[in-house]
Design a protein around this ligand. Structure first.
Ligand code: NAD
Length: 481
């Protein structure tokens, strides 16, 4: 495996100016696969300069031509599907099905924004109805310029696609910084840019950590917009850096999403959705439905059905076909989740399933899938994002109580309503403070629907036409005719 000590700038692999290196781990084998450079602020200067040089020509291309590149980008990724899924699984600890979703959703996103790029041509110069006679107003959409994209480790291909695809469709040029924890899947994006002949400087990819690349990129005066996905702590630092020069930011941050199960729900079906909502990707999903609010009339049968399903989950080698749940992505993340489980013990939380119920595989950063019931709303496990396979549950006496508790969170990314009466489910969903509310389903994220949070879960929306608008500046030409 090649050492990742070169940056991708102007379609060339250039040695990083940084001297530090970090191990890139296989979280199942607990061994280093390779090393990645930590980066250097000078790398950022070089990449931003390349993106600035590439901007005029890329912006001047029509949307239809940019769409052509995006389609070829998607085709090239699809051709490498098996290899990329295995690479992602190896670096990330995802089981193959989860790595497949990461890649397939990314490919769907590149294709979707090819369509949006074409549509942009049609929308340019549209007449705006104005109340003043003899005056014509037309609306145009310009790219915001050079954009800095910063992504996390949990879904590397999809979180980068949600930014890169609309940014390229809009006519922006890009400096992309993958997480230093999972640089391997996103490295393929640079290889794809070369393969399809994307013009030099349109996509630059910088490996590194927060100090080496992330912070200097967020603060760079040549970066017109920063789009960040990650933790609240870093998101707030990115926003402060952008504020220094009044640059635009989009933030996709943490979550503590609720799943509400009403008394008329089918318990077995509800249990399937609850499991999908929290144990998928070992709970390392911003939109994991990690707070279960179940009507007291069906709480006991639901807990029983969940215990059966949790016991049936196969933890093992992410590359093996039979595995349902892989290890957490890093030793650091495992420590962080284990610290919450220690708090649960100190607080005396009642476990339906915890670590004592399961023998973990001998190797890998595994954490047992865990379910606590009757969790007080004051508990840190109820209030804070854990980002691991830990489900906290409470029973509620009414729909009103379920809605109130669901909304009593500083986050507002997603929510699920499980209810046999669809009209009632929609009524409940309308009251929830969340960017995505799944009605009798889980984790349904489609390119056409927006993605983003209320409250501290973020600012702005990705996906859909809103995801494109995030990279466009609206301009009106107005005057007498
Ligand atoms: P993180 O905030 O630690 O890191 C995210 C990225 O920021 C990484 O590339 C990191 O190198 C970089 N970074 C670190 N310090 C920086 C700095 N000072 N300035 C600029 N960049 C810096 O997050 P993580 O641990 O990689 O990911 C987990 C978090 O991401 C969770 O909180 C999760 O909820 C969130 N997340 C949100 C969404 C969403 O759509 N809302 C999606 C996925 C993950």
């Amino acid at each position: 495996m090649q050492q990742l000590d070169h940056q991708f700038i102007d379609n060339c692999w250039t040695p990083s100016r940084g001297e530090r290196c970090l191990p890139v781990m296989n979280p199942y084998r607990e061994e280093a696969i390779t090393e990645v450079c930590a980066g250097h602020p000078d790398d950022v200067d070089d990449a931003v300069a390349a993106a600035q040089r590439a901007l005029p020509a890329w912006r001047a291309l029509g949307g239809a031509e940019r769409a052509h590149y995006l389609e070829r980008f998607a085709d090239a990724l699809a051709r490498r599907r098996d290899e990329l899924i295995r690479l992602s699984s190896t670096n990330n600890g995802k089981v193959l099905a989860e790595a497949g979703i990461d890649l397939d959703d990314a490919i769907a996103c590149y294709r979707y924004y090819a369509g949006q790029a074409r549509d942009l041509d049609r929308r340019q110069g549209q007449l705006v109805e104005v109340g003043m006679e003899g005056v014509e107003a037309r609306c145009y959409h310009d790219p915001v310029g050079v954009v800095g994209l910063i992504t996390p480790w949990n879904f590397p291909l999809v979180t980068s696609a949600w930014k890169l695809a609309p940014a390229l469709a809009a006519g922006c040029t890009v400096v992309l910084k993958p997480s230093e924890v999972t640089p391997l899947p996103e490295r393929a994006l640079a290889e794809t840019a070369l393969e399809i002949g994307l013009p030099p400087g349109v996509l630059n990819l910088l490996f590194g950590d927060g100090a080496g690349i992330g912070a200097p990129l967020a603060a760079h005066p040549g970066v017109d917009k920063v789009s960040f996905t990650g933790s609240n702590r870093v998101g707030e630092a990115v926003m402060r850096a952008a504020a220094e020069r009044t640059a635009d930011v989009s933030l996709e941050l943490g979550g503590k999403s609720p799943i509400l199960v009403m008394e008329d729900a089918d318990t077995e079906q509800a249990a399937d959705w609850v499991v999908a909502g929290i144990y998928f990707n070992a709970g390392q999903i911003c939109s994991a439905t990690s707070r279960l609010l179940v009507h007291e009339a069906i709480a006991e049968p639901l807990y029983a059905a969940l215990a059966v399903r949790i016991d049936a989950l196969v933890l093992g080698d992410p590359l093996a076909e039979g595995s349902d749940m892989g290890p957490l992505t890093s030793a650091r993340q495992r420590e962080s989740v284990l610290a919450y489980l220690a708090i649960a013990e100190q607080e005396g939380l009642l476990a339906v399933r915890d670590a004592s119920h399961r023998q973990l595989p001998a190797q890998g950063y595994f954490v047992a899938p865990t379910l606590f019931r009757d969790v007080p709303t004051t508990s840190r496990l109820w209030r804070e994002e854990i980002f691991g396979p830990v489900l906290c549950a409470r029973s509620v006496a009414s729909e009103a109580e379920a809605v109130e508790l669901a909304n009593a969170s500083e986050f507002g990314l997603a929510a699920t309503v499980v209810c046999a009466d669809r009209q009632r489910a929609v009524r409940i969903g309308r009251q929830l403070q969340a960017g995505s509310v799944w009605i009798n389903g889980e984790q349904l994220v489609l390119p056409e629907t927006g993605w983003g949070g209320f409250k501290r879960s973020g600012i702005g929306r990705e996906l859909g036409p809103w995801g494109l608008s995030a990279y466009l500046a609206v301009k009106h030409l107005v005057g007498p005719v």
